[in-house]
Design a protein around this ligand. Structure first.
Ligand SMILES: [Zn+2]
Length: 152
């Protein structure tokens, strides 16, 4: 669950990259999406409940997979489900009580689907090139810092 940030640095490209990163982390490690994040234009960070830091090889693999998804230029679409349908398909425990009876799901091609009320790109190539800057691990939290480059 991601909320619209009032921060003026809030950036749809970064935020859309976060969705792809989260799905990539879920597929590789099955430890869930980031539970906390800070998304800004210049660089962003996502925190995951984890049991160790990532290896260099894993960082390379994540960079490669996220960029593969971006390069496929998948459409980013929204879909509305009622809360019961959403409960069945997604972990909605993090939804605020006042989220209402209709849940907005953001789909990135067939790669990712996640409840979100944020602002996104319309297709993944708009994101640019994804790159992890660094990772760190402390108190059972893995932090992944990343940036985007507009060079494609
Ligand atoms: Zn979103």
């Amino acid at each position: 669950m991601n909320e619209v940030k009032s921060n003026k640095d809030y950036n749809p490209e970064m935020h859309s990259a976060e969705h792809i990163l989260n799905q990539t982390m879920v597929r590789m490690f099955n430890k869930g999406r980031s539970f906390s994040n800070h998304i800004e234009k210049k660089k962003s960070k996502c925190d995951y409940h984890f049991d160790r830091n990532l290896t260099e090889e894993e960082v390379d693999t994540i960079n490669k997979k996220v960029n593969e998804v971006i390069q496929q230029d998948l459409p980013v679409a929204e879909e509305f489900l009622n809360r019961n349908e959403g409960m069945t398909n997604f972990k909605l425990s993090q939804l605020p009580e006042d989220a209402g009876d209709t849940i907005r799901i953001i789909k990135i091609g067939n790669y990712d689907a996640c409840p979100c009320c944020g602002v996104h790109v319309s297709s993944t190539k708009e994101i640019g090139k994804f790159q992890i800057i660094s990772t760190s691990y402390e108190d059972e939290v893995l932090r992944v810092r990343f940036k985007l480059a507009k060079d494609n």
